[in-house]
Design a binder for this molecule. Structure first.
Ligand SMILES: Nc1nc2c(ncn2[C@@H]2O[C@H](COP(=O)(O)OP(=O)(O)O)[C@@H](O)[C@H]2O)c(=O)[nH]1
Ligand SMILES: [Mg+2]
Length: 450
C-alpha cells in the first residue's frame, strides 16, 4: 500500500534519524525530499506546501534542535503531521434510531457496488443486520451485479427494476423497518462524468430519504481527479465522508493524503482489494505509521481476529507449548495466513517491513511458492506429515511427482520445516522462561519475551 511514497519518505527521514546534531540545512534537505515525494505521489500542491511548512517550523524549533535525539523528534513530528493531515481521529459511521441509512454515491467504476457489499459484510461482522438496496436502474446488469454479490454473501437485498431510484430507496427503508434491519445501504447510479442530471437525482433522494451518511466512493488510483470529484460532490450534495477504494496495488497516495485537507470530508473506510472482506476502517494514525514504515500491528491483530479460527489458534498454541508442531499444522497455518488477504498487505503492517530489500519482500509475498508448498504437503501421507524423518529418497521422488514439483523443492521444504521446528522449540523454551518471569511480575507479557 502506497509503497512508493512510503519508500521515499522513509529514505528522506533516514538521513536525519541517526544524527546526533541537526542543522537547519539538514532539515531543509530532508524537507525538500519530502516535498518531492509528496508531489510525485500526486498530493495536492497547496496541501504539500502547508504540510512541509508546518513540519519545518516545528523541526527547526528549540526543543528539537537541542534535544538529544533530534532526528527521531523530526520523525515524530512528521508522523503527527501526517496523522493530522488525514483527519487525526478515526471517523466512525453514524448511528441513530434504526435504520441508519447510508447512501453511496460516486462516478461509474469507482467501486460503489463493491463497497456496498463490503460495507454490509463489515456491518454484519460487527453484529448488525444490514439491507442492501440497488438503485442503479440505468446501467444494464447493475441490479443483478449487487443481487448476485449479496446472495453469495448471504445478505438481504432489495430492488425493483421497474421502479424509479427514489422509489427503490423509499421501499428499502420501509422494508427494513418492517423486517428489523438496522442499516440500509443504498447503491446509487454513477456516470462517467459529473453531470447535473445525476446530481439532481441524488439531491432528490437525499432530500426525501434524509440518509444519516452520504459516502462518496472514490477510486484512489485517480489521484487528484478523485479529490476534485470529491470537492464537486461535496458542494452539490454535502458528503458525510469518503470511502477510498483501490488502495491496494500501486496507488500513488495523493488522494489518501489530500482528500481530507481539500474537502474537509473524513475518509471513513478504505478498499484494499476486490473481495468482500477487503474493506478496512480508516485510522489516520495507523495509516501514518504504515507510510513511515512503523507498521500497523493493531490492524494486523484485528485482521487476524476477524479471519482466524479461534479454536484452531488455541490448538496451535497448545501444540507449540508441547512442541508437537507438524507439517499438518504448517499447512493449516499457511491456509489461515492466506485467508487474511494478500501477503503483501500483511507484510505492510509489520514494523520495519519497508526496510526489507525489494527482493526479500518479493520472496516473502510469493504466493505461488505457498501454493507449491501446500501441494507438496498434500502429496504426503498422514504418517509422513506427522513424522517427516521417515521421508527417504524414494518418498521424496513420489511426493515431487504427486505435487508437480521437483525433488529439490521437496528437499527445500523439508529443510525449511526442520529449521522452523527448531525455532518453535526455542520459542517454546523462551515462552516458558517468559512465563515464569511474568509470574514473578518482572515481565510484561508472556508470549512476547523480546
Ligand atoms: N483492486 C481493487 N479493486 C476494486 C476495489 N473496489 C472496487 N474494485 C473494482 O473496481 C471495479 C468497479 O467496481 P464497481 O463496484 O462495479 O463500481 P461502481 O460502478 O462504482 O459500482 C470492479 O472491477 C471492482 O472489482 C478495491 O478496493 N480494490
Ligand atoms: Mg455499480
Amino acid at each position: 500500500m502506497l509503497s512508493n511514497l512510503a519508500e521515499k519518505l522513509q529514505k528522506a527521514l533516514r538521513s536525519l534519524r541517526g544524527k546526533g546534531k541537526l542543522t537547519e540545512k539538514d532539515v531543509d534537505l530532508a524537507m525538500r525530499e519530502i516535498r518531492l515525494a509528496l508531489l510525485e505521489a500526486d498530493v495536492n500542491f497547496k496541501v504539500v506546501k502547508d504540510f512541509v511548512a508546518s513540519i519545518r517550523e516545528r523541526a527547526v524549533g528549540h526543543e528539537v534542535m537541542q534535544s538529544l535525539t533530534p532526528g527521531q523528534q523530526v520523525v515524530k513530528i512528521v508522523h503527527e503531521e501526517l496523522t493530522r493531515l488525514m483527519g487525526q481521529e478515526q471517523s466512525r459511521l453514524a448511528s441513530g434510531s434504526p435504520p441508519t441509512t447510508i447512501m453511496l454515491v460516486g462516478l461509474q467504476g469507482s467501486g460503489k457496488t463493491t463497497s456496498a457489499i463490503k460495507l454490509a459484510h463489515y456491518l454484519r461482522r460487527h453484529g448488525h443486520r444490514p439491507l442492501l438496496a440497488a438503485a442503479d436502474i440505468y446501467r444494464p446488469g447493475a441490479i443483478q451485479q449487487l443481487e448476485i454479490l449479496s446472495r453469495s454473501a448471504g445478505i438481504p437485498f432489495y430492488s425493483d427494476a421497474n421502479a424509479k431510484p427514489l422509489q427503490i430507496c423509499e421501499e428499502a427503508v420501509k422494508e427494513s423497518k418492517r423486517e428489523g434491519y438496522d442499516y440500509v445501504i443504498l447503491d446509487t447510479a454513477g456516470r462517467l462524468h459529473l453531470d447535473e442530471i445525476m446530481m439532481a437525482e441524488l439531491q432528490e433522494i437525499r432530500d426525501r430519504i434524509r440518509p444519516q451518511e452520504i459516502l462518496l466512493v472514490v477510486d484512489a488510483m485517480t489521484g487528484q481527479d478523485a479529490v476534485n470529484a470529491a470537492a464537486a460532490f461535496h458542494q452539490a450534495i454535502g458528503l458525510s465522508g469518503v470511502i477510498l477504494t483501490k488502495l491496494d496495488g500501486d496507488t500513488r497516495g495523493g488522494a489518501a493524503l489530500s482528500v481530507r485537507a481539500v474537502t474537509g470530508c473524513p475518509i471513513k473506510f478504505v478498499g484494499v482489494g476486490e473481495k468482500t472482506d477487503a474493506l478496512e476502517p480508516f485510522h489516520p494514525e495507523r495509516m501514518a505509521s504504515r507510510i513511515l514504515g512503523m507498521g500497523d500491528v493493531l490492524s494486523l491483530i484485528e485482521k487476524a481476529e476477524a479471519s482466524l479460527d479461534r479454536a484452531k489458534a488455541q490448538e496451535l498454541e497448545e501444540k507449540l507449548r508441547r512442541q508437537q508442531f507438524t507439517l499438518d499444522d504448517f499447512r493449516d497455518q499457511l491456509q489461515q495466513l492466506r485467508s487474511m488477504g494478500s501477503l503483501e498487505s500483511i507484510l505492510d503492517m509489520l514494523p520495519g517491513a519497508g526496510r526489507l530489500p525489494r527482493e526479500v519482500r518479493q520472496l516473502a509475498v510469493d504466493e505461488k511458492q505457498l501454493v507449491k508448498i501446500e501441494a507438496m504437503i498434500n502429496s504426503m501421507t498422514r504418517e509422513e506429515r506427522q513424522n517427516p524423518s521417515i521421508i527417504n529418497n524414494s518418498r521424496r521422488r513420489r511426493i515431487a511427482i504427486g505435487s508437480g514439483t521437483t525433488v529439490q523443492d521437496v528437499n527445500r521444504l523439508l529443510k525449511q520445516f526442520a529449521q522452523m521446528q527448531k525455532l518453535v522449540k526455542q520459542m517454546g523454551a523462551m515462552q516458558k522462561k517468559g512465563f515464569k518471569q511474568f509470574k514473578k511480575g518482572r515481565r510484561g507479557f508472556p508470549f512476547f519475551p523480546w
